[in-house]
Design a protein around this ligand. Structure first.
Ligand code: SF4
Length: 200
């Protein structure tokens, strides 16, 4: 038999794989009887990793409202399927393993806003509706009170419609799309002090 370089590599590769499987006590039958995939019966959602400004693409697999798996999106141009150690642990925001290995919702996950009143030394839990109402009212009051409609430029009144009393900070915990919307909203209100921890 004529042994080309290519067929030699195939043969040695197959031999090495067989030896490795045998060495760890696996054969074809036992490998196929492995425990079911963690992503079985899940729905996949593509999103962006929330940990840093690199913005790696992630596919989250969701079952019964829990993200049970997160892996790099191979079709994403930034990370092409890879994730660093932080991104690989993304699903732990949603759930963790109890002692017997069963996934349970992460009890440390904050699900309600915490509010510390002026002068208070501790936080209290609030309802989302109440807090969003309070924030919206304060932003509107500040914007209305400080809006500058025109400025004098060389003797001419130029329309600017801006406020310098509010600054807006985006977050790497949000997706690019969410940060895009934040930016549009801030500009729409006349906010000009806009930044982002990852300088997106
Ligand atoms: S996977 Fe790592 S590098 Fe990529 S965005 Fe998340 S934290 Fe950043």
């Amino acid at each position: 038999m004529q042994l080309t370089r290519r067929s030699f590599l195939k043969l040695t590769g197959a031999a090495a794989a067989t030896a490795t499987l045998a060495g760890v006590g696996l054969n074809k039958a036992s490998a196929s009887a492995a425990e079911p995939l963690r992503i079985k019966h899940t729905k996949e959602y593509p999103t962006t990793c929330t940990f840093c400004g690199v913005g790696c693409g992630v596919i989250c697999s969701v079952r019964d409202g829990l993200v049970v798996n997160a892996e790099g999106d191979p079709g994403h141009p930034i990370n092409e399927g890879t994730l660093c150690s932080k991104g690989s642990s993304l699903f732990n925001i949603s759930y963790m393993f109890e002692e017997k290995g069963k996934p349970v919702p992460n009890p440390k996950r904050l699900t309600k806003p915490l509010y510390r009143a002026p002068g208070a030394s501790s936080y209290e839990e609030k309802e989302w509706d109440d807090v969003l109402e309070m924030i919206a009212q304060r932003v509107k009051d500040t914007r209305d009170r400080t809006l500058v409609e025109t400025v004098d430029v060389g003797g001419q009144q130029v329309t600017v419609n801006r406020t310098e009393a509010i600054s807006w900070l985006g977050s790497a915990f949000c997706t690019d799309e969410e940060n895009y919307l934040f930016h549009k909203m801030a500009r729409g209100m006349g906010v000009i002090n806009i930044d982002h921890c990852a300088r997106l």
